[in-house]
Design a binder for this molecule. Structure first.
Ligand code: 13P
Length: 267
């Protein structure tokens, strides 16, 4: 079985003292060694101090983004090597909030900032820096309602992983985050999640072959809470969660970690 993986995407939340308090509170409630991987992903300016804060706990660190070039005239950007040097194991790439909500509108009135092509370049840069990218994909409500979910997932998997070579499945994580479930309180049903994850797993098989693809973890993200985590994690192709809002509170994040351990029969 793939080792389940729960990560908290803090987005633009928690100042340094609140981040430290959250990690200390979570670590206090967890055993020193866990049967799953757990990470927190603070904003980049806090990565160095948060690396210190998680030291001695089973919690690992992830960045929320990185640039695809290693150096140069890119004001405001942070390279994959810098994210790694700050103490990160993971980096979230291609989150829908970066694909959709930051940038100019195209001719159809849609806001596109990060394209699949840009995300693929970042994924390649992250892997060269020995970071494990958490590559986010997922359809909007319009795309789901129009019956285009699988087509979108295929386009995003192939596009966001273009030119990516994975020697082993543990060098890459995919997060299926249906855009309509992010921050809305409207979670995908276990059936919807399992269908999408099964399809993504099949796409990864096509892309990387069964040896590698069989070890790539696929997280679900979108309004995951302690109250819905167990039924989601019981789905065979759901290997963990990428959690936004509920990762900002000690009891909720611990509840999600414990629920995942229980659902996967690792307690
Ligand atoms: P919520 O858990 O707040 O819906 O956010 C999900 C998410 O975007 C994680 O990356």
């Amino acid at each position: 079985m793939r080792r389940p993986f729960v990560a908290g995407n803090w987005k633009l939340n928690l100042d340094l003292s609140a981040g430290r308090a959250l990690v200390a509170g979570v670590a206090e409630k967890l055993p020193a060694s866990l049967p799953i991987d757990v990470a927190v992903c603070p904003t980049s300016i806090y990565l160095f101090p948060m690396a210190k804060a998680i030291s001695g706990t089973p919690i690992k660190l992830g960045g929320q983004n990185c640039w695809h070039e290693s150096k140069g005239a890119f004001t405001g950007e942070v390279s994959a090597a810098m994210v790694k040097e700050a103490g990160c194991t993971y980096v979230i790439l291609g989150h829908s909030e970066r694909r959709h909500t930051i940038g100019p509108k195209d001719a159809d009135g849609r806001i596109h900032a990060e394209t699949d092509e840009m995300i693929a370049a970042k994924v390649r840069a992250a892997m060269s820096a020995c970071l494990v990218p958490i590559v986010c994909i997922g359809e909007t409500l319009e795309e789901r309602d129009a019956g285009h979910t699988n087509e979108v997932l295929r386009r995003q998997i192939n596009g966001s992983l273009a030119g990516v070579e994975a020697a082993s499945g543990d060098s890459l994580v995919i997060a299926y985050e249906p855009v309509w479930a992010i921050g809305t309180g409207r979670t995908a049903t276990p059936e919807q999640a399992q269908d999408a994850h099964q399809y993504i797993a099949a796409l990864l098989m096509e892309r990387f072959g069964s040896d590698v693809a069989g070890d790539i973890r696929i997280q679900y993200g979108g309004s995951v809470k302690p109250s819905n985590v167990v039924e989601l994690m019981k789905c065979p192709d759901v290997d963990g969660a990428l959690v936004g809002g509920a990762s900002l509170k000690v009891d909720d994040f611990v509840g999600i970690i414990e629920g995942t351990i229980r659902a996967k029969g690792l307690d």
